[in-house]
Write a protein that binds this ligand. Structure first.
Ligand SMILES: NC(=O)c1ccc[n+]([C@@H]2O[C@H](COP(=O)([O-])OP(=O)(O)OC[C@H]3O[C@@H](n4cnc5c(N)ncnc54)[C@H](OP(=O)(O)O)[C@@H]3O)[C@@H](O)[C@H]2O)c1
Length: 218
């Protein structure tokens, strides 16, 4: 299975790329510039020389030809970036991990995107794709530190049950991550906006907390 990451050169995309690759997944790091994509692959290989990371750096349009595509751009570029490579996304599972947030003074606050969530906006931009929301709550720093053992739930939402299932199978490949089915894309709005709360907690306690639900035996 190959996963392409649009905007994979940022902290979130490169962290996800490294973690998936270290879990045996082939990853294409997408960028608006192939050179930046290749540089990021080299950076990750240099950081983790003892791990055999299956990484390629390409333009977003090539990354979009992977079996599963993750959108890891800033929130306000997620829908347009997906649309720009839309010809490659028909019938594919596309995972949106973007959170629409801003800072008001010292506080992180969620924004309400046009369609209620970024994931819904991506689905509208590429209607032939099957969009799932996932990976919103994983802090890039710990996700990308391959020596750090993860212990976190990943809330997944999608209107298409097979998109949710495929995403769950991908999440389950990563040791320490537990996929949790959290409903349709209607759940994307609270999932995305909750990230503002997590960031607030992380600032308050000077940590990088992720989420783990209790009472869930799956
Ligand atoms: N950082 C985290 O801990 C974290 C955790 C979970 C989820 N997220 C979400 O993941 C997404 C990415 O976060 P990030 O911190 O990695 O973001 P970022 O560094 O701001 O952007 C990621 C990449 O997107 C590309 N990009 C930037 N502006 C663009 C534009 N206008 N159009 C198209 N591509 C553009 C850039 O790659 P090129 O210049 O190479 O094209 C950039 O390296 C965000 O939506 C965020 O909410 C972040």
């Amino acid at each position: 299975m190959q996963v392409g990451i649009l905007g994979g050169t940022g902290p979130a995309g490169k962290a996800l790329a490294a973690r998936l690759a270290s879990s045996g997944v082939d990853v294409v790091i997408g960028s608006r510039s192939r050179e930046r994509g290749e540089q990021m692959c080299q950076e990750l290989r240099d950081r983790w020389p003892d791990r055999d990371l299956a990484l390629l750096g390409r333009e977003n349009a090539e990354a979009a030809q992977a079996d599963i595509v993750v959108v890891a751009t800033p929130w306000d570029a997620a829908a347009t970036t997906a649309a720009s490579v839309g010809e490659h996304l028909a019938d594919k599972v596309v995972i949106s991990m973007a959170n629409a947030l801003t800072r008001l003074g010292k506080e992180f606050v969620p924004l309400v995107p046009g369609r209620g969530s970024i994931a819904a906006g991506v689905q509208a931009a590429v209607p032939a794709a099957r969009v799932a929301g996932a990976f919103h709550h994983l802090p890039a720093h710990s996700l990308g530190d391959l020596d750090h053992a993860l212990e976190s739930d990943v809330l997944i939402c999608a209107d298409h049950p097979d998109a949710a299932e495929t995403t769950a199978q991908l999440v389950a490949k990563v040791p320490g991550l537990r996929p949790v089915q959290a409903g349709s894309l209607a759940a994307a709005a609270p999932i995305e906006s909750f990230t503002a709360v997590l960031l607030q907690v992380n600032v308050r306690y000077k940590t990088r907390a992720a989420i783990r639900l209790t009472g869930l035996d799956v």
